[in-house]
Design a protein around this ligand. Structure first.
Ligand SMILES: NC(=O)c1ccc[n+]([C@@H]2O[C@H](COP(=O)([O-])OP(=O)(O)OC[C@H]3O[C@@H](n4cnc5c(N)ncnc54)[C@H](OP(=O)(O)O)[C@@H]3O)[C@@H](O)[C@H]2O)c1
Length: 508
């Protein structure tokens, strides 16, 4: 431990804490990963003179290093105050310790074969305070405080109150923290709380999160009059201390409907909020301004799920001129054409049928193996009929090229040629690789791949308004979704190509 002076002690996570290659990915926040490995780390958290504290090496190995550090720091605090530790034995001295991380114990629990008689006491945060009372034979209250980042300060408030109440004449107060668990880094990153640039810049416009660090401290407190009477070395005097909570954090609710109908209300509410901000009760959100010509930069922090307050896009006439590409309008569909939806009688397929109807389609061919027996079918068909959409239900397998050709030919013959295809058919069967049989694999792949190929073939070269294919964003690592991974890979490989022939794929 040693003095930091003015040196920047933030470094990368040392190798002995945890494997950063497994848990850290600075690219972007994603499940199971931390986007930073920056922290303030002590050089030696394992070293401990167990014999000095009358603790066996076997027990010491099970003790949270935070307990070990607290014992060492308590002795140093007594030395610093000029108080012989032995002189406190049997006294009503209180112990309050701020501590909020119990990773050492939690990580040990992951290897149950290493658990022994000392593990529970070594892992329990409460024992962190009790060890000091035990070693120094202190009889006052002995407890820990966990109020997250404020733990040691709140512990100090309790100590002051105890001294002022007169129930203890001396108090040992401390706080300690070590960073052993990768999971905490991951969790705080998922909440975008850690600084991606690895530096705390509190109160600065460049502040982008906090940086975790290790450390500890213990002080010995007495009422000033007692310390002076005892001839102790007084290093500082605490003038006052208090703890409170913000309760329910205030927010300003606005009823948008009321606002629309009462223009005066907006002015009144603005004035009210301005008053709250002036009084300091509310603080305006920090905001970053981006010129419209660089709007892509405005999206970047949002993409990284960074809570940066407000993003303002400014349209400045003196700024670089904007080139805005006109967005293609959603297709207006042909009321005389037929739109075929494979898997159209449930889930996304049914939603697609409704979407097609919204855009003007009046003739739908809805395909599913169960046809009208699909549970969602009756409600969907009733709704479409009410909206004046003629939906023909086909009980057919999308991999059956003959059946699909007949459906298209039937629509043609009725004077309503095929104008669009939605492929939403799928067979769900999640299973781990070891449980998969060829048959199960085929059943999943068939509607997606062979079905897609069949639809491509029957759509032919005729003009289509759309050919929409639903996919699965499954990738390697999706537990139990190996067929989807395989299917997705095939789709990716053929993206933009004409789909291969139906015969290239197994049929269900
Ligand atoms: N739901 C999700 O969370 C999710 C997420 C990502 C991607 N997706 C994708 O979105 C698409 C649709 O998913 P969904 O959730 O809407 O599925 P769903 O509710 O299970 O609907 C699939 C439909 O496909 C039909 N179908 C299955 N095999 C068929 C075959 N051989 N021939 C004809 N029809 C067949 C089913 O009806 P029958 O059983 O009667 O044949 C069913 O109506 C799929 O491509 C899926 O991978 C879904």
């Amino acid at each position: 431990m040693g003095r930091a002076g003015k040196r920047d002690l933030i470094t990368e996570v040392p190798g002995e804490r945890f494997d950063t290659t497994q848990f850290v990915d600075p690219g972007m926040p994603r499940p199971g990963k931390s986007y930073t490995d920056a922290g303030g780390f002590l050089t030696d958290i394992a070293g401990f003179d167990a014999a000095y504290f009358g603790i066996s090496p076997k027990e010491a190995a099970q003790m949270d290093p935070q307990h070990r550090m607290l014992l060492e720091m308590a002795v140093e605090a007594c030395d610093g105050a000029g108080v012989a530790p032995a002189s406190l034995a049997g006294s009503d001295t209180a112990v309050f310790v701020g501590i909020s991380d119990n990773s050492y114990g939690a990580l040990q629990m992951l290897a149950p074969e290493g658990i022994n008689a000392y593990t529970m006491a070594g892992a329990a945060s409460s024992i962190a305070a009790n060890r000091l009372s035990h070693f120094l034979d202190l009889r006052g209250p002995s407890l820990i405080v966990d109020t997250a980042c404020s733990s040691s300060l709140v512990a100090l408030v309790h100590a002051c109150q105890t001294l002022l109440a007169g129930t203890s004449r001396t108090a040992l107060v401390g706080g300690v923290n070590v960073l052993l668990s990768p999971y905490h880094f991951v969790g705080f990153c998922q909440a975008s709380m850690l600084s991606p640039t690895g530096r705390c810049r509190s109160f600065s416009a460049g502040a982008d999160g906090y940086v975790r660090a290790e450390g500890g401290g213990v002080v010995l407190l007495k009422r000033l009059a007692d310390a002076l009477a005892d001839g102790d070395r007084v290093r500082a005097v605490i003038v006052g201390s208090a703890a409170n909570s913000d309760g329910r954090t205030p927010f300003y609710g606005v009823d948008l409907t009321a606002l629309l109908h009462q223009p005066d209300l907006a002015a009144r509410q603005f004035a009210e909020v301005a008053g709250l901000i002036r009084s300091g009760r509310y603080r305006p959100l920090p905001h970053s301004v981006y010129p419209a010509s660089r709007i892509d930069e405005a999206f970047r922090p949002m993409q990284h799920s960074r809570h940066i307050g407000k993003v303002v896009v400014a349209f400045d006439p003196l700024d670089e001129p904007l080139t805005v590409e006109r967005r293609a309008a959603a297709p207006r569909l042909d009321p005389q054409g037929t739109y075929l939806v494979a898997g159209g009688l449930s889930g996304f397929g049914a939603a697609s049928a409704r979407w097609l109807a919204d855009r003007g389609a009046r003739r739908l061919a809805l395909v599913g193996r169960r046809g009208g027996d699909s549970p969602e079918a009756p409600a969907l068909l009733a709704e479409l009929a009410e909206r004046g959409v003629g939906a023909v239900v086909h009980a057919a397998d999308v991999t059956d090229a003959g059946a699909m050709r007949r459906i298209v030919a039937e629509a043609d013959a009725a004077g309503h040629p095929l104008r669009g295809v939605v492929h939403s058919a799928m067979h769900l069967d999640d299973a781990g690789l070891t449980d998969l049989t060829d048959e199960r694999f085929r059943a999943v792949l068939a509607p997606k791949l062979a079905g897609g190929a069949v639809l491509d073939e029957v759509a032919g070269a005729g003009p289509l308004d759309l050919f929409l294919v639903y996919s699965s964003a499954a990738a390697v690592g999706n537990v139990a979704q190996s067929p989807y991974v395989a299917q997705r890979q095939t789709e990716v490989e053929h993206a933009g190509d004409t789909l291969p022939s139906a015969t290239d794929y197994p049929r269900g």
